[in-house]
Structure formats: C-alpha cells, structure tokens
Design a protein around this ligand. Structure first.
Ligand code: PLP
Length: 334
C-alpha cells in the first residue's frame, strides 16, 4: 500500500502500529457482532492516547517554526495537554497550557490528580480559566504575550484539532486498513468517540483518500449531532484537501449524540457501566470523559438493534484512563 503521508513533516512520538485485538468475551456478553478494538490508548507517550498521533505532525510544524515554547489549552483533565506536555519535554521545548474549569461540581482533588499531576511532572506552566471563554483565543493571546517577551511560541489548538493534527488520524486510518487486510477482516462499522473532531475528521479523510467506504460512527461526548457533524465535516474537508482532489460528501460523517448525558466530562450511568463491563470482560481500561461514552454508544446501538449481530465492528480506543483517578468517587458510589 502506498503511504499517503510520506510528504508531510513528522516527528516520531508514537508506538505504531498500535495493536488490533479481538474482544470475544465482550461480544459474547452483548450477544453482538464480533468486536475488535484498535489500541490507540497504547501509543506509548506518557500513558498514551489519540493526541500522540496528532502531535507527530503538530510538533514537526513547531520545530519548523523554530518554536521554543508550545502554547495549548484543554479542559482541566485534558489528555491532550498531558500528551503535548510530554512531547514538548521529549523535544526540549517548554509548554504553557490553559486549563478550562469546564466540568461543574468537581472538588479540589480533580485539579491535582490524574492528568494535572502528570502536566506538573512535565513542568508545564499551567493557568486555570473559568468555563465558557473562547479558549483558543485565550491561548493565542498568551502566545502573543510570550512573543512580546522574546519567546517563539507555537500555538496548538484544543485537542490538536486542525488539519495538521488530523493527519495523525489519517495515519491511524491507513494503518487500520493494512491490519484489516492482514487479518482478512471486512468490518461493517468503526465506532469512536468524537470531541474536538480531529480524530473523527482524520479517519474520515483518510478512508476517503484511500477509497475505503467503511462507515465511521462518532459518539459525541459534548455537542449535539448537527453541530458535531458540522465540526467534523469542515475539518475533514480541509484535511482531505491535503491528500486528494476528490470531493468529500457530508454523508460520510455519522454522529450519534444520544450518549452525552448532562454534558462534557459528566459520565452517565451508561458510561460507568460500559467502563466496568469492558474492564471485567476484557481487562481494558476506558475513560469517563471520552472512550467510556464511545463504548456506551457502541453497547447502546447493539442493545437497541441499530447494530445487529452479523459481521464485525471495530472500536477505536482513544485512551484517557489517566483521568479515572479524577472520578474514583463516582465508581465507588456505584
Ligand atoms: C481528545 C480525546 C478524544 C476525542 O478526540 P477528538 O479528536 O478531540 O475528537 C477521545 N478520547 C480521548 C481519550 C481523548 O483524549
């Protein structure tokens, strides 16, 4: 297979290919189709996760710009900020992160444990922000201030979700297609959780560029369906334009917003049940913000009959288990 990414600047941060594993006990427990899981939780950088693939392209751009400090933003328990901070250390750069207090009703421990603990270990300069601001604009202001003090900042948007970062998920799409061919699999669906949209958009753009028409279902962790489809489609179009001249149809972007619950970072009973079920059947850790909601969506679609028991389905595990430590009380209460 040709490598559609060979012309893009890239640094090596990610253990790849990530494993594609079968989940026979989960399939049986659900009476569902054969379930497989692509282990992008195991990308290798500081406990791994999906942002590492994006950072291979984003950090290459930062180095080309001669940056000495990365500026980015996320929610308090951002996996993106943790992986960015680690990548900055590995490349000898500083990192300045803004953390939005996006999730209501969390105690002090939430701002110290899990991802925040690791951010501090990587010597990230952290500033907290109240909820509801335009966080990318806030981060760009910080970058400009650093520039006026003689630094050379490189701004990475929340989730690493621009067309450069989304190339990381073109890489995952390309890798997955190779693994499907090796394992003689023809799945009928890919399921993933979708937030800042780069993962979903990169997968859609990658499949489109590689002429693969397997549908990709994004389980929204935050936005209503129409907003999320818009966000993913716009970014997928920009990403695909880097790879091919073929027009990308909007119908390629599928989103289910039925598993968001009360909002970003607030797990539902279904999220917690999905995390426990996958832990107890497969020994795999999901997370309460993203992959747990994604899995709740996969389970819900099997139980609701939208996914029947024929054929094979692949779940893309995007990581995030570090934030379980910020939610221990909710599991103990269960
Ligand atoms: C960021 C993140 C996602 C969502 O990916 P986007 O590219 O932001 O849509 C999913 N899972 C985990 C664990 C994440 O950290």
């Amino acid at each position: 297979m040709r490598d559609i990414l060979s012309n893009f600047p890239r640094v090596n941060l990610c253990h790849q290919p990530t494993a594609l594993e079968e989940m026979p006990r989960l399939s049986e427990a659900l009476g569902g189709p054969r379930l497989w899981i692509k282990r992008d939780d195991c990308t290798g950088l500081a406990t791994g996760g999906n942002k590492t693939r994006k950072l291979e392209f984003l950090m290459a751009a930062a180095l080309e710009a001669n940056a000495d400090i990365i500026v980015t933003q996320g929610a308090v328990q951002s996996n993106h900020v943790r992986q960015t901070a680690a990548a900055a250390c590995k490349l000898g750069l500083d990192c300045h992160a803004l953390l939005e207090r996006r999730v209501p009703g969390k105690g002090d421990d939430y701002e110290q444990t899990g991802n925040v603990f690791f951010d501090q270990m990587f010597n990230t300069q952290i500033e907290f922000r109240p909820p509801g601001l335009n966080m990318n604009a806030e981060a760009q202001q910080v970058a400009e201030k650093l520039r006026s003090h003689g630094r050379t900042p490189y701004f990475i948007p929340g989730g690493g979700s621009n067309e450069t970062g989304a190339l990381g998920y073109v890489s995952s799409a390309q890798e997955l297609l190779h693994q499907l061919w090796e394992n003689k699999l023809t799945p009928k669906l890919i399921v993933l959780s979708t937030g800042s949209a780069g993962t979903h958009a990169g997968m859609v753009a990658g499949f489109h560029a590689l002429d693969c028409d397997i549908p990709i279902m994004g389980i929204s962790v935050r936005q209503p369906e129409d907003v999320q489809i818009d966000n993913v489609y716009k970014l997928a179009v920009k990403t695909a334009a880097l790879l091919t001249d073929k027009p990308l149809s909007r119908d390629r972007v599928l989103v289910d917003d039925g598993y968001v619950g009360e909002g970003y970072g607030i797990p539902t009973d279904g999220t917690l049940a999905a995390i426990n079920m996958v832990a107890r059947n497969e020994g795999i850790l999901l997370d309460p913000v993203y992959s747990g909601k994604g899995m709740a969506g996969l389970i819900g679609q099997i139980e609701g009959g939208q996914i029947n028991s024929d054929g094979e389905v692949i779940f893309l595990h995007t990581g995030g288990a570090v934030s379980l430590f910020a939610y221990e009380d909710q599991f103990l209460a269960e």
